[in-house]
Ligand binder design. Structure first.
Ligand SMILES: [Zn+2]
Length: 89
């Protein structure tokens, strides 16, 4: 990559690196991933493309729990994340 001025982050769903501002940041709060819509929440974050398919890929490979050091996500929690994520696209 020639342009190293743009901060790049890797999507934990499709594993593609993209400019940080094109990605959605998620952080751990209250024991579950939450969309950090302002991009300013403290702590460890993971990034996803603004694409529900990348969220699904990340859920399937447990990339959110691993990246955010969470123990696991039940179905209800996953649905909350799905709607939160979709609401931020
Ligand atoms: Zn992606």
């Amino acid at each position: 990559m020639s342009n190293n001025k743009i901060p790049m982050r890797r999507c934990v769903g499709c594993m593609t690196s993209k400019p940080k501002k094109e990605l959605v940041r998620l952080v751990a709060a209250d024991g579950r991933p939450r969309v950090d819509s302002a991009g300013k929440a403290n702590g460890r974050g993971v990034y996803l493309c603004a694409d529900v398919e990348c969220l699904e890929k990340a859920l399937k490979r447990n990339a959110l729990t691993r990246g955010l050091s969470l123990s696991g996500l039940d179905g209800e929690t996953k649905d909350i994340i799905r709607s939160e994520f979709a609401g931020n696209l």
